[in-house]
Design a protein around this ligand. Structure first.
Ligand code: F0G
Length: 469
């Protein structure tokens, strides 16, 4: 059922797939050495977020804002209309979102969390529940700061790194129904959906699932808002795996999916192929009026939302490039290429491979390390020390603490993410990454773990510091 990079190529009658672009400009990489990496890692408190990018060789920290823009997007940057009000680039952006995603009203924001802030403040009343298909760090924090209580309603399979369910991002409708039954529909702010689900390993939701969720929510008058950050990648998995969608384009699938939701927030730094930006889109006129009013307080006027005109132009062009089938096929093909190398070498990763990253399963990588010594954080540190490759923890450090009890959240998934920026690295870089992970894997028995020595209050994974045990 799954398409390998090879069979993806066969759709063109060839054995291999390749990127639908060629390289026009290059950026030299920093070559690092062991002594320099030891110093840099120590200075950074063994937190890859605190490393200087100049000390990094291959940067797989995130796919957020790290994309390579196209020549068309760079040309669009020169057409920036830097008017405070009514920039023409805003109208291009508005039209692109309406055309490709299908929502009615648009509010630009400086990035995704700016949009999360606005929608959370506007649509959550204190004490209301916000069910979602697994949490995301900034999303949940904004929901909690607005007085909401996040409830995870993803299917159980999502919490199992080895379960091969083709749509591990699906919502468990029974969990939603039980919550409605227990708390009452009026106490549910909205359903917070994400496609794909970042913390589950970039796992998709199916069209059937969102349709059924829509029907359930309609019975109770509950709204559905979508985190559309990587929804184009989600559409690829629907095309590949769901009956009836093989002959539809990514663009058609995306638009149909969005039609079952009432609005979306977006980190344009991912699917939309830019380095900065975000947006919020809703169909409801009254909610839009409120969001358009709020954006002036926190982001900027409603026709720029914290962005330069040129940035909005780049997003508008990126939206049309990002939704092309050939683009997504090669984007996910590259992620899978890395996943297949690691799998062939017996290295434990989240399966099936998701859209934007390979997630190393730190529990199975370091079976001798308890979660209290931060196995995924340790793995990220060891990988950097070995090779200068930067990855990111997605485990107990990212999960943070329960605001009510003050205890660590102990997530089932303890993962280290190798996140692949779009259109940036080559297949040869993927080979080097796989070899570096293999080296760290071969030395796993000698690895001890970390102790947290500084913990910031919010989103601690960004700035926490550690010492090696
Ligand atoms: N939603 C999802 C699913 C995300 O992955 C992110 C960011 C955001 C919202 C917030 O958007 O960064 O533009 O404010 N994820 C990045 C990552 C940081 O590395 O996964 P933002």
């Amino acid at each position: 059922m799954t398409t390998t990079p090879q069979t993806m190529g066969q759709q063109f009658g060839r054995r291999s797939w390749a990127e639908p672009w060629k390289i026009k400009m290059v950026e030299p990489l920093t070559m690092t050495d062991r002594a320099g990496r030891e110093r840099a890692a120590q200075e950074a408190g063994y937190n890859t977020f605190l490393l200087k990018s100049d000390d990094v060789y291959i940067d797989l920290l995130t796919d957020s804002g790290t994309n390579a823009m196209s020549d068309r997007q760079w040309a669009g940057m020169m057409l920036g209309d830097e008017a405070y009000a009514g920039s023409r680039n805003f109208y291009h952006l508005e039209e692109a979102i309406q055309t490709v995603y299908g929502y009615k009203h648009i509010v630009p924001t400086h990035q995704g969390r700016g949009a999360e802030h606005l929608i959370s403040q506007a649509a959550i009343k204190k004490g209301q529940y916000v069910p979602g298909n697994m949490y995301f760090t900034t999303t949940r924090l904004h929901q909690e700061m607005a007085g909401g209580i996040f409830v995870d309603v993803i299917i159980d399979e999502a919490h199992d790194a080895q379960n091969l369910h083709p749509f591990k991002g699906n919502v468990d409708l029974d969990k939603v129904a039980a919550l409605i039954e227990r708390e009452g529909a009026a106490n549910i702010a909205y359903i917070s959906l994400a496609g794909t689900v970042n913390m589950a390993g970039g796992q998709p939701m199916s069209m059937a699932n969102v349709k059924a969720l829509r029907a359930l929510c309609d019975q109770h008058g509950i709204k559905i808002y979508l985190d559309a950050t990587r929804m184009m990648e989600n559409a690829f998995f629907i095309q590949e795996r769901e009956a009836g969608y093989a002959d539809k384009t990514i663009a058609q699938i995306l638009k149909e999916f969005c039609s079952y939701t009432d609005g979306a927030w977006m980190s344009a730094k991912k699917d939309n192929l830019v380095n900065i930006g975000g947006w919020l889109a809703v169909n409801d006129q009254d909610l839009f009026e409120e969001l358009r009013n709020m954006v002036v307080i926190f982001e900027g006027l409603h026709t720029y939302g914290g962005l330069a005109g040129r940035d909005m132009e780049a997003i508008a062009i990126g939206i049309f490039e990002g939704v092309q089938d050939a683009h997504i096929r090669s984007r996910i093909g590259q992620v899978r290429y890395l996943g297949e190398l690691l799998t062939d070498w017996g290295i434990p990763i989240v399966q099936p491979v998701g859209g934007h990253a390979i997630f190393l399963d730190a529990r199975r990588f370091y079976p001798h390390l308890p979660q209290s010594v931060f196995p995924a954080q340790t793995l990220a540190a060891e990988l950097y020390l070995d090779s200068g490759i930067r990855s990111m923890e997605r485990g107990v450090v990212s999960a943070g603490r329960d605001p009510h009890t003050g205890e660590h959240y102990y997530p089932k998934l303890e993962l280290t993410r190798l996140t692949i920026p779009r259109r940036v690295y080559t297949q040869a870089h993927m080979d080097v990454v796989a070899e570096a992970v293999k080296t760290v894997f071969d030395q796993r028995d000698a690895t001890r773990g970390l102790k947290m020595v500084y913990e910031p209050k919010y989103l601690r994974f960004f700035q926490a510091r550690f010492e090696r045990l």
